[in-house]
Design a protein around this ligand. Structure first.
Ligand code: MTE
Ligand code: MO
Length: 443
């Protein structure tokens, strides 16, 4: 069992004084000095954590054997289902206890500060449940497709697996992501300010394939999609979107969906609000008009300054965030670093990300890393030589529709500060001269 919870967060060995005093090799070429010095720090960290009697490696001789190099390790299937190294125990989903009344209708956040790619490992995908996570027997789970169709269908999981497969990589983001920062910078954490987004490779059947199988009556304009959880959560979706790119998926990153993500079946609605991506999917009904859900509203709405509500805001606008440095990953002294981050848009592909280290006065274009996929997380990096002085690090994404990520001031001008949802504003991290990093908002 991996230990869980805050009490298991280990101090960062890279920040210990003893490790930092490790000198770099004397004859290191100047241009590469900072990166190589980081290498020396890492080696020192391992020696310190394991056995301080191990001789320091030099450039002339290979390192002495650590204890783990002097014996035979565990055999295969020692762990029939693999898991991360024990020393990675602090890389976990976390929740904010005061945010919701119960853990069953709540949210957990992905540890973006510890992730290195565009794919969220299955055990770290954020969770948002309205009535807890049901444990469903796939042998008994069925999907009903009915309403304005020629031939209603009741499909078992076996039936669904026989349809042609499609695999695509897409992010899912809850529109409440960043909601705690609408009025002011509140959470001094990347995990809690941005961790309600995750990205996976989804495998399943195109919803259009299933709907073609039932035959769509020409009056049909909307689909009601419903989950098998205690909330029977349902949403109304325009038929056009259903036929465009929605997927009914049973697999996530190459294995069966996790129960938290909707096992055995979920809907993926690429680029749209997380809440329409119905988990534990059990019913799709076609009709002429949108339905009203059993919950108070059939959609998420934002309260505008004039008292009206902004509804049917399905599309997730472009957003980006610097994931290093961040409050959880401070800097270790002046020198060469790589600013790293993630960008995404419900509008298609990310076309450019600019990075500023002076609070948005000057911008430099970051490198986008392949693959740059539609409605998926995209990784960006920019080399940065930090002079050790206070800095304001921020990123700004532009997507293929030409949309530019707004500042929080621009967003508040449009929508006031009563909204909870759709805060896609530019995130600024304040770097202090000691390397610590804080969540701030610029006026
Ligand atoms: N059946 C059902 N589907 C659901 C939910 C739910 O509570 N029940 N939560 C929704 C919300 S609000 C979001 S943001 C996403 C979260 O997906 P995840 O838990 O896989 O991250 O699932 C959506 N689908
Ligand atoms: Mo959500």
């Amino acid at each position: 069992m991996r230990p869980r919870g805050e009490e298991n967060v280990r101090p960062n060995p890279l920040r210990s004084k003893a490790v930092l005093s490790d000198p770099a090799g004397a004859d290191v070429p100047v241009g590469r000095r900072s990166f190589l010095r980081l290498g020396a720090v890492l080696t020192g960290g391992l020696a310190l954590g394991g056995n301080s009697a191990i001789a320091e490696p030099s450039q002339e001789s290979p390192p002495a054997d650590a204890p783990w190099s002097q014996s035979i390790g565990a055999g295969v299937v020692d762990r029939p289902y693999g898991r991360p190294a024990d020393t990675e125990a602090s890389v976990i989903r976390r929740n904010v206890p005061w945010l919701t009344a119960t853990a069953e209708s709540s949210v957990s956040f992905s540890p973006l500060q510890d992730l290195h790619g565009i794919i969220t490992p299955n055990g770290l995908f954020f969770e948002r449940h309205h009535a807890g996570r049901p444990d469903i027997d796939p042998a008994q789970h069925k999907l009903l497709i009915h309403g304005l169709v020629e031939r209603p269908l009741l499909l078992t999981m076996k039936d669904i697996l026989r349809f042609p497969q499609t695999t695509r990589i897409h992010f899912i983001e809850c529109p409440a992501n960043g909601g705690m920062n609408w009025r002011a910078a509140q959470m001094n954490s990347l995990q809690f300010s941005h961790g309600m987004v995750s990205c996976a490779e989804w495998t399943g059947v195109k919803l259009s394939t299933l709907l073609e199988e039932t035959g769509i009556k020409k009056e049909a304009k909307w689909a009601m999609v419903e989950g098998a959880d205690g909330a029977h959560m349902n949403r109304s979706l325009p038929l056009d979107k259903c036929l465009d790119d929605c997927l009914v998926v049973y697999a996530q990153n190459g294995e069966a969906l996790r129960p938290e993500q909707g096992y055995p079946l979920r809907l993926v609605v690429p680029g749209w609000e997380g809440n329409v991506n119905i988990k534990w999917l059990r019913r799709i009904k076609l009709g002429e008009k949108p339905w009203h859900s059993r919950e108070e509203t059939s959609k998420y709405t934002d309260l505008m300054p004039d008292g009206t509500s902004r509804g049917f805001t399905w599309l997730m606008d472009a957003k980006s965030v610097v994931t290093f440095p961040c409050p959880e990953k401070p800097l270790d002294g002046a020198g060469l670093y790589e600013i790293r981050g993630l960008a995404w848009t419900g509008n298609g592909k990310v076309t450019r990300v600019d990075v500023s280290v002076d609070g948005g006065i000057n911008w430099q274009t970051a490198r986008l890393h392949e693959p740059v996929l539609s409605k998926a997380l995209t990784k960006f990096t920019l080399p940065w030589r930090w002079d050790g002085r206070p800095a304001l690090v921020a990123s700004r994404v532009v997507d293929e529709s030409g949309y530019v990520q707004p500042t929080i001031a621009e967003l508040r001008k449009q929508r006031g500060s009563n909204s909870v949802y759709h805060n896609n504003s530019i995130q600024t991290w304040q770097v202090k001269s000691d390397g610590t990093v804080f969540n701030v908002q610029l006026a």
